[in-house]
Structures are given as C-alpha cells and as structure tokens.
Design a protein around this ligand. Structure first.
Ligand SMILES: [Zn+2]
Length: 205
C-alpha cells in the first residue's frame, strides 16, 4: 500500500468539527489529509470532494483560480449534510509544484493560458495522480462517493482507480473577473462542466 495512516484528531472549523485523518505517501514523503464527518463507513454513498492542494487559492485568497471557494463550498456542503469526506491531496498546481506554478503564472501574465503555460514548461496539462485516494477511502470504510466536482475526467480517473462514484454533484462557486479566462480554459480545454447540469454517473464496473 503506497499510503499509510498516521494519526487522527479533531479539527474544529467554522463549518463543523471534522475528524482529521493524516496519511503519509511513503515513496515521496507527501503528507495528505482527509477530513471526515459523521458515519462514512455504513456502506451508503458518501458526499465527498477530492481537492488538490492550491496554496495560493486555499490559503492566500488568490482569485486566479476557484480552488479556495470550492474548498469552502465543499466543507460547507459536508457540514450541512452532517456526513462526508474531503480528501486534501498535496499535489500543488495540478502536480507541478508551487515554484513551477509561479513560473506558469508568469507566462500567463504574458498572455498564455493555463494549459499553454504548463505545456511550455514541459508539463502535461494535468499531472495529478488519484491512485492515493483508494487506500485512504478504504481506511475510512468509504464504499462509494457522491463526488462534488465539475470535472468528468476526475470522475473517470477515480473510477479507473476502482473507486465507486455513485453520482457527480456539481460545484458552482468562485467565479470572479480575474479567473474568468482560467475557468473558460478549464471548460474548453480540460473538459470541465460549468453549466447547471446535475447528472448521475454510475460506475460501470
Ligand atoms: Zn487554485
């Protein structure tokens, strides 16, 4: 198993007091966190979010992207339901790291879009790896997810990893004048769905 459970504690937030579960990805030393609330091991689909770290959006209030508001909206939704999980994966900047993200932003300041900038730096548009999700969900006893995402590729990536996604729940939040182009690029080039569709996607496996 590439990911090992380390410890769990309470984490009080403005939305709810979550259980914070810490995991270590042994081969690279990355430390991941899953916030959970309520009984998530009863076999019923669990409202969930797989959130990749975005220091600028999650902690520094950046309006270049919509990560911070998506994180908050997901935690609020889980709190409102009284049950759910948020996987916080330490793969900054779609996996390229913080310094490379700043380099990419520099290129974007010069006119490139988010996909072009990553490609010019020699990275794939999306280098995220979701394989680490399965052992963390198994540890928590989560059998299937009602996944909060606008990204059908994320649903497919998780499904391919053997994670059952019972439903895709859209998250629409965080649009502002600074990230208009970024969100349009995500919709156009990365297949994100920004409409108000609400669809069920049943795991074919
Ligand atoms: Zn972000």
């Amino acid at each position: 198993m590439p990911v090992v459970f380390v410890a769990a504690s309470k984490l009080p937030t403005p939305f709810a007091t979550f259980k914070m579960n810490g995991f270590l990805e042994e081969e690279n030393g990355r430390e991941h966190v899953v916030l959970s609330l309520g009984d998530v091991s009863d076999g019923e689909p669990v409202l969930g979010r797989v959130h990749s770290e975005c220091l600028t959006g999650d902690a520094l209030f950046s309006q270049r992207c919509d990560c911070g508001s998506q994180l908050e909206a997901a935690l609020r939704a889980i709190a409102a339901e009284g049950r759910g999980v948020l996987l916080y994966l330490r793969q900054e900047g779609r996996g390229i790291g913080l310094m490379n993200k700043i380099r990419a932003y520099e290129l974007q300041d010069g006119g490139a879009d988010t996909v072009e900038a990553n490609e010019r730096l020699g990275f794939a548009a999306d280098q995220r790896d979701y394989a680490i999700c399965l052992p963390m969900l198994e540890h928590l006893g989560v059998k299937s997810l009602r996944l909060m995402t606008n990204n059908p590729r994320k649903v497919k990536a998780l499904t391919d990893m053997g994670i059952k996604v019972a439903e895709r729940v859209p998250l629409h939040t965080g649009q502002n004048p600074h990230n208009k182009l970024y969100l349009a690029t995500k919709a156009g080039k990365l297949g994100h769905m920004m409409g108000n569709e609400h669809q069920s996607e049943v795991d074919p496996a």
